[in-house]
Design a protein around this ligand. Structure first.
Ligand code: MN
Length: 322
């Protein structure tokens, strides 16, 4: 991992376009906001731009109002460097990468094992718990001090990507980073509440409606959910709901792999698949087979086709890997 090269590229340049993946969550947003503050502290300029809106519940993060939404008519945006955070490949930014027609150098900072090393500088560590943990190291590398806002952003990124320090990506360096961030007056119970215990009533109702539809396969080692169009139409499915469903599935005794199949709204015959593994099965490999990627224990893919036939193919593939 080349923290030094990333630091050198930051020192050398003045203005940076910063983006992350579509459907951003805690780690994506936390990394962006902390990176933005890092630049400010170095007397440089950051332009934050995402394809998607800030998801429900993350507006408590400091500086989210600085994140601009991508529009296809944005032209003549001047910057020296394009910083891509928490993205395994450039197209995970959605359309935002198109804002770089002059091919300004890309700084790729990420922790996905499926990362494509698409940058001029690639600061990739698949062993890091989160992209936020790598940004933490970048602050240290550059000798930039934290404050309550950067600490909060990075803490939320690490908290969410480790499933509140429960997943196997949680290491002693993760806890060391968090120990340092906590010195900046973070209210952990309030942060937890803002992040996880702030689900709209109607989403909990939807969750309670979907939970009984959990199915199993592979002699109880696979648990899966299927969300169809009609269930989601006119309801904004918050990321929390996806994560909650998978959380329930992974807490079932004997389950090794959990899968959520979701018909994408607005696109005919497109299915979003999210995988979680308890550790024995490498779901990055499975997602990769279907054109996606991620981590060994959490990954995703978008597949064209009818949801029932997609599901049959995916479950057959997962069964083989059990
Ligand atoms: Mn991440």
């Amino acid at each position: 991992m080349s923290l030094k090269k990333a630091a050198a590229a930051i020192r050398k340049n003045k203005t940076f376009l910063i983006s992350t993946h579509t459907n951003p969550e805690g780690d994506a947003l936390g990394s962006e906001l902390a990176f933005y503050i890092l630049l400010k502290k170095l007397g440089k300029t950051g332009i934050l731009m995402n394809e998607d809106d800030i998801p429900y519940g993350y507006d408590f993060l400091p500086g989210v109002e600085n994140i601009r939404k991508y529009k296809s008519n944005i032209r003549n945006l001047k910057f020296d460097c394009f910083v891509v955070l928490d993205c395994s490949d450039l197209k995970r930014t959605g359309e935002v990468y198109r804002i770089n027609p002059e091919n300004k150098p890309i700084i790729n900072i990420d922790h996905h094992i499926s990362n494509q090393y698409f940058g001029a500088v690639n600061c990739v560590d698949p062993h890091a718990s989160s992209c936020s943990e790598i940004i933490f190291r970048l602050y240290k590398e550059m000798g930039v001090s934290f404050d309550s806002q950067s600490a909060l952003s990075l803490y939320v990124g690490i908290l969410t990507d480790t499933g509140s320090f429960r997943y196997s990506n949680t290491t002693s360096s993760t806890h060391k980073a968090v120990a340092e961030l906590l010195k900046f007056g973070l209210n952990v119970s309030q942060i937890y509440k803002n992040t996880y215990e702030n689900i709209p009533y109607q989403d909990i109702k939807l969750l309670s409606q979907v939970l009984p539809t959990m199915k199993r396969a592979g002699a109880g080692k696979i648990a899966w959910f299927q969300l169809r169009h009609n269930l989601l139409r006119n309801k904004k499915l918050s990321f929390d709901l996806t994560d909650n469903l998978l959380s329930f599935a992974r807490s079932v005794k004997g389950v090794e792999v959990c899968i959520l199949f979701k018909e994408n709204l607005g696109v005919r015959n497109e299915v979003r698949i999210n995988f979680r593994s308890q550790g024995k099965v490498n779901v990055n490999d499975i997602a990769f087979f279907f054109g996606g990627g991620g981590h060994k224990t959490a990954s995703g893919a978008t597949v064209h086709g009818n949801i029932d036939s997609v599901r049959a193919k995916v479950i057959a593939r997962v069964k083989k890997s059990l």
